[in-house]
Design a protein around this ligand. Structure first.
Ligand code: PA5
Length: 315
């Protein structure tokens, strides 16, 4: 897993080189809906923050009722066999222009416009292939404006630094990691939580500012035993967000360990990808520390098997 994740900068370059030979009529698109689950859906969560038009991520069996011919519908599933994503796609494909991002599977055979990505990885370790082709497609349609060169440069030039920080964070967590972020860093906090869940097989929680200041904050009145807080910060953050984080640090530090991380990079997108990659690596170091193999996701696979038996016997 670590070897695969270490190749992230190369994967980003390869992913940006993936060609697609279909056309979407940009003038018609008024909103974007992406269906996906888990390690596939998070790519859309992250990109949603950069969209110039309404952008909705659906993790469910049904797409939202507003979808129509003005919706660009994207189904993203690494395996192509995730039942919720297939169900959404089946309900949306007649109504909307659509694209599928997958290695193959059922979804791959159901769609006309497919962006085919390399197989043989764990979905969460294939994030470069799940995110960057979607980003490239949406950029080519003028729905977002992202600096990919900067991301590649930042990832390549900070390889050792990222690994060092990840090792330090992975080694420094005591108890349950609780990750906090604002805006796109809120989605990156979610990614960190998912990675601690799936790679290190441990509980973790994520919170988004400023919302968590209206509820989660009060939980600290009851103490913070067994928690390590991770703040995903940016030097360029808004004053109000800085003030919130500073208040939280002062309060939380009295009761728990607080790790504050800042990402370099000129654009928010680059900083988000940087923070994401640190978290991906930190979760693997955490797994190593816990003596756990980061790769298999036995319970997720078991549930998928049970559900597929169930649908076979009821059909
Ligand atoms: O990371 C994982 O393995 C999961 O979160 C999967 O991404 C999730 O179960 C959905 O599967 P897929 O990405 O193949 O659609």
């Amino acid at each position: 897993m670590l070897d695969v994740v270490r190749k992230f900068p190369e994967q980003v370059k390869e992913a940006l080189g993936i060609e697609f030979n279909f056309e979407i009529e940009r003038e018609k698109i008024k909103n974007v809906v992406v269906a996906g689950m888990g390690g596939s859906a998070i790519s859309a969560d992250i990109l949603s923050h950069f969209s110039s038009i309404p952008f909705h991520v659906v993790r469910d069996y049904k797409p939202p009722s507003f979808i129509d011919e003005d919706t660009l519908f994207i189904a993203v599933s690494y395996s192509g066999n995730t039942e919720e994503t297939i169900s959404c796609f089946s309900l949306a494909r007649e109504k909307c222009p659509h694209v599928v991002i997958t290695t193959g599977g059922k979804l791959g055979s159901m769609a006309k416009n497919v962006i085919k990505i390399p197989s043989g990885m764990q979905p969460r370790a294939a994030i470069a292939y799940l995110l960057f082709p979607m980003a490239k497609l949406l950029s080519s349609l003028g729905i977002m404006d992202l600096d990919f060169d900067e991301v590649v440069y930042l990832m390549e030039s900070n390889r050792d630094r990222i690994e060092e920080i990840a090792k330090e964070v992975g080694g420094g967590i005591k108890g349950i990691p609780v990750i906090y972020g604002y805006g796109v860093m809120g989605s990156i906090a979610r990614r960190w939580r998912q990675q601690f869940n799936e790679n290190a097989k441990m509980h973790a929680f994520d919170f988004v500012l400023p919302e968590c200041n209206h509820n989660e904050l009060e939980a600290w009145e009851g103490g913070g035993d067994n928690i390590t807080c991770i703040f995903l910060r940016e030097k360029e953050e808004m004053d109000r967000i800085k003030a919130r984080f500073d208040f939280m640090r002062e309060e939380y530090e009295e009761k728990a360990r607080v790790i504050e991380l800042y990402a370099p990079g000129k654009s928010r997108f680059s900083r988000a990808i940087y923070h994401m990659h640190v978290g991906d690596m930190a979760s693997i170091y955490m797994a190593e520390r816990r003596g756990i193999d980061a790769e298999p996701v036995n319970l997720i696979m078991q549930l998928k098997n049970v559900l597929s038996q169930h649908s076979r016997s009821s059909s």
